[in-house]
Design a protein around this ligand. Structure first.
Ligand code: HEM
Length: 413
């Protein structure tokens, strides 16, 4: 089998003419919470205090709010009682991306997850790291004295990693990135069922499926699978449909998550010169840098909560829960629980990794963990080494950071 990877033909875009660019405004309460650092921070702190005082989850009109860290972990671990399929499945299935994050424990999940992780494990991660490092360095070298941390930096590097990892690089790169954002918005943040968000997500999913299908078909016809994840899936015998669903499902969670996290981490660091100075001293030590990033995200989380639904009548720390009840894990508040994070408002980069909930846990931990642990510290560390001096105002695309100007100072060390 030849080792050629994709060369991005110009596949038909089945959603050509459909605009799915996420507009600056909208998104309701969830967008407000994601956009307001101080609102999310103080809400999490107050909730963490309440959770500790009462010592159990709160049931509000049938919705269960899980605040303490131990309770949040228990919900994620008790995946037969607390389902994710009912939360994500309908929207993911509705756009044609039946995917593990919309499935509960069952033979189908076990089989498809194994296919996913085996293919991911066979990708040359060192080559991805080198590619992203070169991209990061080039963007900083060519930016002059300031850079848009989101649109000209983290989002582009993450999209480049996604293209190289998954094997899909449509000619219209901006449309590719916008499709990923629109699908994520609809699948995971459209809790109120907004029709405009849904319409953009559906159109974007149509385009993404078209791009993936065209590339999968081309590789099969040429009998040249490549060595990226698409190639590994096809080589392992995954059907074209499973290959498309697996790559699409992963891809939509990999670009704006990274860009949002990097933007929020930089805001936290720019607002805390002491923390920034300490993190800058560790900018070349990826493990410690990752620790600083995880800590900064406790101050401004990428997403401050995760959702589950009770599969049957059950109880959590003595609180009865009815089948079908919504269960909201307040993950940012849980990461301010002193039982799991002693002195929770202090920032320590060497805290045990297992306590963080930024990337989920239990049956559905983020499958991008192996990428996140080098890509996020790489992106943040490179900015810190350039001695950032001042940041401009963040601009938003719905709940996603869209632009954040950062003025840089010294040369890279
Ligand atoms: C800052 C970056 C990221 C954040 C904050 C993040 C966050 C998360 C979270 C919280 C979950 C679990 C959701 C739940 O349990 O309800 C998750 C799952 C997932 N993530 Fe990520 N993610 C990031 C980057 C990535 C990347 C780069 C990839 C792919 C390379 C990825 C692929 C996935 C997949 C496939 C799942 C589902 C895993 C499963 O269902 O078993 N993520 N992510």
């Amino acid at each position: 089998m030849a080792s050629r990877s994709m060369t991005s033909p110009a596949p038909a875009d089945p959603a050509a003419g459909c605009d799915f660019v996420t507009p600056p405004d909208g998104g309701g309460a969830i967008a407000l919470l994601l956009k307001s650092r101080l609102l999310a921070w103080w809400a999490a702190r107050i909730l963490a205090w309440i959770g500790r005082r009462i010592g159990h989850p709160l049931s509000v009109k049938g919705t269960v709010l899980v605040i303490r860290h131990a309770d949040a972990r228990e919900v994620l671990d008790r995946d037969l009682d607390f389902h994710v399929g009912a939360v994500n499945g309908p929207r993911m299935d509705g756009i044609g991306f039946h995917f593990v994050l919309g499935m509960d424990r069952a033979p189908e999940l076990v089989a498809e997850r194994e296919v996913l992780y085996q293919a991911l494990g066979r990708v040359d991660m060192a080559a991805l790291v080198a590619r992203a490092q070169a991209d990061t360095d080039a963007r900083l070298a060519g930016c002059g004295g300031s850079i848009d941390v989101v649109e000209d930096y983290a989002r582009q590097v993450a999209a480049g990693t996604a293209s190289a990892l998954f094997g899909i690089a449509p000619a219209d790169h901006a449309r590719f990135c916008d499709a990923s954002r629109a699908i994520f918005y609809h699948c995971f943040l459209n809790l109120a069922g907004d029709k405009a968000i849904e319409a953009r997500g559906v159109a974007a999913a149509h385009a993404l499926s078209g791009w993936l299908d065209a590339e999968i078909t081309r590789r099969i016809a040429a009998n040249e699978f490549g060595h990226d994840m698409m190639g590994q899936l096809l080589r392992a015998g995954a059907s074209p449909d499973l290959t498309r669903r697996t790559l699409g499902g992963m891809l939509v969670g990999s670009i704006d998550t990274t860009a949002s996290a990097v933007a929020k981490i930089m805001v936290v660091l720019m607002r805390d010169p002491v923390m920034r100075a300490a993190a800058t001293r560790n900018a070349n030590e990826r493990y410690l840098m990752y620790g600083w990033c995880q800590e900064a995200l406790r101050r401004w989380a990428h997403v401050p909560m995760l959702g589950r639904q009770a599969a049957q009548d059950c109880a959590l720390t003595g609180v009865p829960i009815k089948a079908g009840a919504k269960v909201i894990l307040l993950s940012q508040a849980a990461m301010l629980d002193p039982d799991a994070f002693p002195a929770p408002t202090e920032m320590h980069p060497t805290r045990p990794n297992a306590g963080y909930l930024h990337f989920g846990a239990g049956l559905h931990p983020c499958a991008g963990r192996d990428v996140n642990q080098w890509q996020i510290p790489m992106l943040v560390g490179a900015l810190l080494k350039r001695g950032p001096k001042a940041m401009g105002k963040m601009a938003w695309a719905g709940p996603f950071p869209a632009h954040m100007p950062l003025t840089l100072g010294g040369d890279a060390k």
